[in-house]
Design a protein around this ligand. Structure first.
Ligand code: NAP
Length: 280
């Protein structure tokens, strides 16, 4: 069984991205990321500060715009409009969840789709569905980056995606379909999910259900991508029973060290691409 190592994929992308950032700087363009953090969510604050450090390690600028739990809808929308206008900002990352009472969809829709580096706006999701270019959610892009790095053929393959959320499962299924895989999407109402999963050449688990995918659901030799991140008894596990599934799968991503390791790299890539467009 081959371990699909996200850290190796991220390191390969990092080399290329560092070079592109250097080229941008030679054109007097420093990529800029605005991180919008509202409220007291500890995980959101941790991720925001982590992204700040990531930006620092790549040599570009990230600024956290922190608003309190009592921030109003109007203040949030105003902030997004200001960031849309700011030429030094190439990407906006909105930390979620937002404080209760705010209309998240309306705040997302205020974002200039070209700065929506995590592909949250309906415009970018529409572009993805239409097969057009745009910013697409970073975790699905990380899945594709891993499949491509390890030269896993997709054309004509049977792919089954477990999960259909707007930011993970659904965009993954669209990206796989865009590469000519034949895709089945399963969700909480799906009947006989185990049998459907067993048909997959490429099985993607994105349910947020710890170790739900067991060996008997996996076709021998299948490629299994585990997107899940779950905490159990202080330990991080995926949606796949790693020990059992590694006995049957042909290739498998670990958790941690799989998809999650590549997701932030895709954020950086989106900012660098957007900054690159401005100097053309
Ligand atoms: P989500 O919004 O809760 O969506 C979960 C999806 O799984 C839904 O479509 C749901 O079906 C489906 N589902 C839940 N239980 C199921 C079951 N027993 N059988 C079949 N389908 C089931 O979660 P998400 O944001 O997509 O995240 C999914 C997982 O990915 C989580 O563990 C999350 O932590 C992880 N994640 C990882 C990364 C990364 O970088 N690696 C990034 C983001 C998220 P319904 O639509 O019918 O409700």
């Amino acid at each position: 069984m081959k371990v699909l190592d996200g850290k190796v994929v991220a390191a390969a992308w990092r080399e290329q991205l560092l070079q592109k950032i250097e080229e941008l700087k030679q054109e007097n363009c420093v990529p800029g990321l605005a991180i919008v953090l509202a409220g007291d969510s500890k995980p959101s604050a941790m991720y925001a500060h982590f992204m700040e450090k990531v930006a620092d390690s790549y040599g570009f600028k990230a600024t956290i715009y922190h608003r309190g739990e009592d921030v109003t809808q109007q203040e949030m929308e105003q902030l997004i409009h200001e960031l849309n206008q700011d030429n030094a900002v190439h990407g906006i990352l909105l930390m979620m969840p937002l404080p209760r009472g705010l209309d998240t969809s309306r705040i997302i829709s205020c974002m200039n789709p070209d700065k929506d580096v995590d592909g949250l706006t309906s415009i970018n999701l529409g572009r993805l569905a239409a097969g057009e270019d745009g910013h697409f959610p970073c975790t699905p892009r990380a899945v594709m980056a891993i499949l491509d790095y390890y030269h896993i053929p997709l054309d004509g393959k049977r792919a089954v995606v477990l999960g259909r959320s707007k930011v993970v499962g659904r965009p993954i299924s669209l990206l796989l379909e865009g590469r000519n895989a034949t895709v089945t999407v399963c969700h909480s109402h799906t009947k006989q999910m185990d049998e459907l999963a067993h048909e997959a050449d490429i099985l993607v688990a994105a349910m947020g259900r710890p170790e739900k995918v067991t060996a008997c659901m996996v076709k021998p030799g299948a490629v299994v991508i585990d997107v899940g991140i779950n905490r159990i008894n202080g330990k991080t596990v995926g949606d796949v029973d790693y020990a059992g599934v590694s006995e049957v799968a042909g290739a498998l991503t670990p958790v941690p060290g799989g998809v999650g390791s590549v997701t932030t790299t895709m954020v950086v890539d989106a900012i660098v691409r957007e900054a690159g467009k401005r100097i053309k």
